[in-house]
Each structure stands twice: as C-alpha cells, then as structure tokens.
Design a binder for this molecule. Structure first.
Ligand SMILES: [Zn+2]
Length: 249
C-alpha cells in the first residue's frame, strides 16, 4: 500500500492511498479538490473516504464526485444527511475494497457523533479523533465516549500502527503536553524534531500508536504522574480536565 500525504488548506492533511498492483486508489478527506486531484494524477481513484462531516474534511466531496464519475463516496451512516455526495454509508466493521487493498471502518464518535476512521494494513486514517501529541475537540460526544475511542478502540490496534491524522497541530500539541509533563524527555525531543520538520516545510505525520503512548497526554490519562499533575482520579475525569485545559491553551 502506497500512502501519499497531501497537505491542504491551512493545516489539514488529505491522503492518497494506492494499491500499487492495480494502480487503483482512494482519497481521504480531500477538502481541496484541485490539489488532491493533481496529487492523484495517474491513479484510478475509485473511492473517497470521508472521516466526518466538518467542511475542512468533507468540502471536496461534491466537486470530486463530479470530476470522477462513478466515485464511491464513503462516510458514516450516522451522519448520512451531513456528508455531501455520499454514495455508501458505512458503520463499525464495514469493509472497503480498493483494488487488492482492504480497509475496515471503525466507529469513533466524540469529535462528531458520526466520526469514522479507516484502518488497513498498518495504517490508520483517524481524521480529527487523534493527532500527533493531541486529540480533537469534543463537539458531539462525552468524555467517556472519547476515552473509549482513544484507549479502547485504538488501544485494540497493534502498537506499530501508523497514524495518519487530519491536521498538522504537532508543535502546539507538544507545547501543551510539556505543560502537563514537563519532565517528559520523549515529548521534549519530539518537539525539537517537529519544529525542525515544520521549519523545513515537512509534515510530522505519520506517527505510531506506540510512540503516541509515550508523550500524548490524551493517551496517558492512566499515568499516575498525569493524574497527580491535574489532581484528578480516574481516566475519564483526567481526560475531561485535559480537554478543558487544552481548549483554553
Ligand atoms: Zn473536524
């Protein structure tokens, strides 16, 4: 599986996923149609995978459906009325075939109630549920749901899973992470790396689930030092406190 990172808009990432055998591919959250279509030149794009309804993710659906006749526009059945040009409504466990590739849908509500992620091979396309060193705001769900997604659903995936997320927020997220765990040397090193990458105009994706567990505070809500810092007890209370602090950061 070939995965190309396509930076779009101010800080969004779209992705091009290609089955090298057949030259068939999919685009993920292609909210800047011209840029993504140019990146996909030479690939027969059969599927558009939409993680959630927010316009910076779904805003290219209609234009690309028009540009590529027969394009299967895949998105959450829960949000079928809010995802433009939807042709295939999916839910947890549904499989999508792109050439010889097989991607599985994960229901990951919280940022939006119908948010879905797509996992195939060692790659996870998680939209705005999880970022490098952070996670998305909780617009349409509760903290228990968000904890279930971050620690339960993603926790069940192999640790070496590569994470392709929806935004480039890494530097800011790590600055926040260091306010929670000032002595976290991995977070400090990752921040220096991320700053150098961004200064060179390069993305900081993908990351891996294993790596995220070493510095992403939202995946470390069970760590005693994190709970002690926040004066909280239990994972969900800690996640709630973290999210409140991050929203104001
Ligand atoms: Zn969003």
């Amino acid at each position: 599986m070939r995965i190309d990172v396509v930076p779009i808009r101010k800080d969004n990432y779209a992705y091009l996923v290609v089955d090298p055998e057949s030259g068939t591919g999919a685009v993920v959250d292609p909210a800047e149609p011209d840029t993504v279509a140019a990146a996909a030149a030479g690939v027969r794009v059969t599927h558009l995978l939409c993680t959630h309804h927010h316009p910076d993710h779904s805003g290219g659906n209609a234009a690309l459906a028009e540009r590529w006749p027969g394009l299967e526009v895949v998105g959450s059945a829960v949000d079928a009325d809010r995802i433009p040009a939807l042709t295939r409504a999916v839910g947890d466990g549904d499989e999508i075939a792109i050439g010889a590739l097989r991607l599985r849908t994960l229901a990951v509500p919280g940022h939006t109630r119908g948010h879905v992620a797509f996992v195939g091979g060692d790659a996870l396309f998680c939209g705005d549920t999880l970022f490098v060193a952070g996670c998305g705001r909780r617009f349409e769900g509760d903290a228990a749901q968000m904890h279930h997604v971050l620690s339960g659903v993603y926790g069940a995936l192999p640790p070496e899973t590569r994470v392709f997320c929806g935004h480039e927020y890494t530097v800011r997220n790590l600055q926040f992470a260091l306010t929670i765990e000032p002595d976290n040397a991995v977070a400090r090193a990752k921040l220096a790396w991320a700053e150098a990458r961004r200064a060179a105009g390069l993305p900081t994706v993908p990351t891996t689930l294993a790596e995220e567990r070493t510095y992403n505070p939202f995946l470390r809500v069970d760590v005693p030092a994190v709970q002690a810092r926040l004066g909280t007890r239990g994972a969900v209370e800690t996640l709630t406190a973290l999210r409140r602090l991050k929203d104001a950061f």
